[in-house]
Write a protein that binds this ligand. Sequence first.
Ligand code: ADP
Length: 191
Amino acid sequence: MVNFLIFGPPGSGKGTQSVKLAEKFNLVHLSTGDMLRAEIATGTDLGKRMSSIMSKGELVPDEVVIEMIACKIDHSKGSAGFLFDGFPRTVAQTIALEKMLNDRKMKIDSVLVLEVEHDELVKRLVARAELSGRPDDKDPAVIENRIDVYKSKTEPIINYCRERGIYQPVNGMGSIEDVFRRLSKYMKKYL
Ligand code: ADP
């Protein structure tokens, strides 16, 4: 099994690229954002509790997403590996994921980090709000908060990965196909 993390600020294209990459390389795509939105859409208790946190652009508690991912890892067999999208988002989540993988004789093989300029992120999220109807894309103050949360809580993971030699920055500017080609090139080295 080969396991990838895809990182990047909100609007960097992680979700879009993950769907395409998972299909191309037969990976299981695990997106905590999608899982949380599914909880909200089906009206579960968990979804109800998490929706106000998400609409402010804050992170939900580590235990919630760690539990979701642990469940999925044991129910996904027969693929080339996992592509984690939007998880981990804190150092605590990273340590929990490493332990989960270690216990199952797996590891994080590569961390692909999409780099996109700030103004482009805001432009993409505002455009997405029209189509997605996501409340966290509609409000410019929430968008800025999500970018700040990424910088303060998620970027520290990048240093952690850099020290382990699994960090791979990728230019996330340009068309969806351009970025897809760049990401595919790096992933091919492992598959
Ligand atoms: P984006 O990267 O576009 O902001 P996601 O779909 O990955 O969006 O996540 C949407 C929201 O879901 C986040 O702003 C956060 O509130 C919550 N969320 C998703 N994944 C996590 C996680 N791993 N830890 C904490 N909160 C999360």
